[in-house]
Write a protein that binds this ligand. Structure first.
Ligand SMILES: Nc1ncnc2c1ncn2[C@@H]1O[C@H](COP(=O)(O)OP(=O)(O)O)[C@@H](O)[C@H]1O
Ligand SMILES: [Mg+2]
Length: 233
């Protein structure tokens, strides 16, 4: 990206491609994807299974390297970063939510939320207070001492959201966050994410094949065979 570019975008991608090579075969998981996402935007990334949603989120979030094109997060070109630099950017700027929640079973909700704060060596007291505040924000103030198995699926996903937000990222990436939830619980998770977009002015990209979030999305990007076939505000 040019040094003179003045951009408020939180996520920017140009000509993004990711080819997976397995033996003699090549899969173009995403191809020539370009997008710009501004703060305060709730984006739904839709498309059927295998259309490239996960690959797109992973390359945007620095979990995977593209094979062509470039990505920048909050003005930082990911291609300029080595692995520690990328890990650092993920820790500070990007929150991730997965379909399977990804909580650590032996830790309480509070301790799970504190993990990213430990990674940035936040002092214990600050960690505790921040985690408690985040759990309250997702409506789980009364469940801080519960382990994942003592929580419903929807509650576990709320803990995962609180954890993703621990270091106040400006970009939230959610890969099928409602995939394991019934429709009512799924709606409440989408409402929590939408509320955060509105109050914290973050950008959220939610990959899903569930039609429910479409109704509240600011923007819908549709993928088919790894390409953007529709992008509507
Ligand atoms: N690690 C991988 N190795 C090889 N092919 C992969 C890998 N990950 C994804 N793919 C392929 O890339 C395409 C896009 O996958 P994915 O991004 O997971 O789509 P979605 O999340 O929309 O289901 C699919 O054809 C899938 O089989
Ligand atoms: Mg996927």
């Amino acid at each position: 990206m040019s040094d003179t570019a003045v951009s408020t975008a939180l996520v920017e991608a140009r000509g993004l491609g990711r080819i997976y090579t397995t033996g003699p075969s090549e899969v173009h998981a995403i191809e020539d994807v370009s997008l710009v996402v501004e703060p305060g935007t709730f984006v739904v990334v839709r498309g059927r299974s295998g259309s490239g949603k996960t690959t797109l989120l992973n390359t945007l979030g620095g979990l995977d390297r593209p094979t062509s094109g470039w990505v920048s997060i909050a003005g930082q070109d990911l291609g300029d970063l080595d692995e520690p630099g990328l890990a650092d950017l993920r820790r500070h700027e990007v929150g991730y939510i997965f379909q399977a929640f990804g909580l650590i079973p032996i830790l309480t909700a509070q301790e799970n939320v504190e993990i990213p704060l430990r990674l940035v060596a936040a002092p214990p007291r600050e960690r505790r207070e921040r985690a408690r505040l985040l759990l309250e924000q997702v409506g789980l103030g009364g469940r801080a001492g519960h382990r994942p198995e003592e929580l419903s699926g929807g509650e576990q996903q709320r803990v995962a959201i609180a954890r993703a937000l621990a270091n106040a990222p400006r970009v939230l990436l959610a890969d099928e966050p409602t995939g394991q939830l019934d429709s009512r619980t799924g709606k409440s998770i989408i409402d929590v994410i939408l509320g955060l977009v509105r109050t914290e002015n973050i950008a959220a990209l939610v990959a899903t094949h569930d039609p429910m979030p479409l109704a509240v999305a600011d923007r819908v990007i549709e993928l088919s065979d790894g390409r953007v076939v529709a992008d509507s505000y």
